[in-house]
Design a protein around this ligand. Structure first.
Ligand code: AMP
Length: 369
């Protein structure tokens, strides 16, 4: 099998949410077919992909049939089971590889990985028991955040501990949360609470030839642990921006990445950068690139995994991306009326409170900060 996949080839996408949908659209633009594998019917990506398989991630027959019809596989969420990736990787290249997923799936491995590449994180300790939590609180100090090591997202599986005397109730709350994976070790991490001045992220792309390109740092504001807005460019010093880009580049290199990785970071009052987490897939904080850059995160990912040269990810406009959550998707007329706004609707039928239903990016004239 040649490493480069030419237009006309089929890209398999594990996961069918809005990231898969926007990825399938980018693939189509470059002449590729897509095959979405998702465990739910009527998922956002299914309406725009060339082919769909709706089956469980442990359905071997469905996985084998899927792998038989694609030239390369990628994923739009990082909690893909190891066995699923291994089975597909027996038949076709999976890009990014299992190594990137394995690290991103486990907060403890992730923090160790960033330490290895010389990137600082908040002080942290692995925690498997209440005794270990008490010791970790002495080492990390309060306030601190107890986070499940695996399967947490959008603030799920996170408990703020203001005082060491709250350790027992926090531990019981985490261990009684039925939605979390208690079989994984280490079960949780305790992280020092960072009094950040801003949150930023950088998306790095790395091609089959090892070439790396980064989108510039953007500033993210979360509400209720869910991304609310992304502003490009981030209002940070050029030294801080350089540090942040350097971390994302080193992460991509160290993972031997073929694809893209989003690295989320905290900026502290003295301009220091602490890594929060990474995602080796398209990222909500990269949606602004669709309208404000010469290329976008989805196209860059398709180029990387198909062995095409990467594009230069230059920004031609300033941008503010706002997520449209829940019923907010029904109040977009003001955005349609504004020629600077680019509206995206993900095609989800049920506008549950807090659910990501779409986003809007408002452009303005480019400035450097
Ligand atoms: P995460 O799921 O780890 O990305 O956390 C979601 C959000 O919670 C982050 O974007 C921050 O706004 C906040 N957060 C997470 N960890 C910390 C921390 N150690 N200190 C302060 N805020 C945090």
């Amino acid at each position: 099998m040649t490493e480069r996949i030419d237009p006309g080839g089929t890209i398999g996408i594990l996961g069918g949410g809005q990231l898969g949908r926007l990825l399938a659209l980018a693939a189509a633009k470059l002449g590729y077919h897509t095959h979405v594998f998702c465990s739910e019917t009527g998922c956002p990506a299914s309406f725009v992909a060339t082919h769909n398989t709706c089956a469980s991630y442990d359905d071997h027959n469905a996985l084998d049939a899927f792998a038989g019809q694609i030239d390369v596989a990628t994923f739009e969420f990082e909690n893909v089971p190891a066995q699923t990736v291994a089975r597909i990787a027996d038949a076709v290249p999976v890009r990014p590889s299992w190594k990137a997923l394995e690290i991103a799936q486990d907060r403890a491995k992730e923090k160790a990985f960033f330490a290895d590449i010389g990137a600082a994180t908040a002080p942290w300790r692995p925690v498997h028991s209440l005794d270990e939590l008490a010791a970790a609180l002495r080492a990390v100090d309060t306030p601190a955040i107890l986070k499940t090591a695996r399967l947490g997202y959008d603030g799920k599986g996170q408990i703020l501990i203001e005082n060491a005397t709250d350790a027992a109730s926090a531990w019981s709350q985490l261990t009684n949360d039925q939605t979390l994976d208690s079989s994984a070790a280490p079960f949780a991490v305790l992280e020092g609470f960072v009094k950040f001045t801003s949150e930023i992220s950088v998306i790095a792309a790395r091609g089959l030839d090892g070439q790396t390109q980064c989108f510039e740092p953007v500033e993210n504001v979360h509400k209720n642990h869910v991304l609310h807005t992304t502003t490009a460019p981030a209002n940070i010093s050029s030294a801080t921006a350089k540090t942040a880009v350097g971390i994302a580049e080193r992460a991509a290199e160290a993972l031997n990445l073929v694809g893209i990785v989003a690295v989320e970071m905290f900026v502290t009052s003295y301009g220091g950068v602490l890594v929060n987490e990474m995602a080796p897939r398209p990222h909500n904080s990269g949606h602004w690139t669709l309208d404000a850059c010469q290329t976008d995160q989805f196209t860059q990912l398709i180029r990387a995994i198909c062995g095409l040269p990467l594009a230069e990810p230059l920004r031609h406009s300033n941008a503010v991306m706002t997520n449209l959550l829940g019923e907010g998707i029904n109040n977009v007329d003001e955005y349609y009326a504004d020629p600077a706004c680019h509206v995206y609707v993900y095609g989800k039928s049920d506008a549950r409170p807090g659910r990501k239903m779409g986003h809007v990016t408002r452009l303005s004239a480019r400035t450097n900060t």
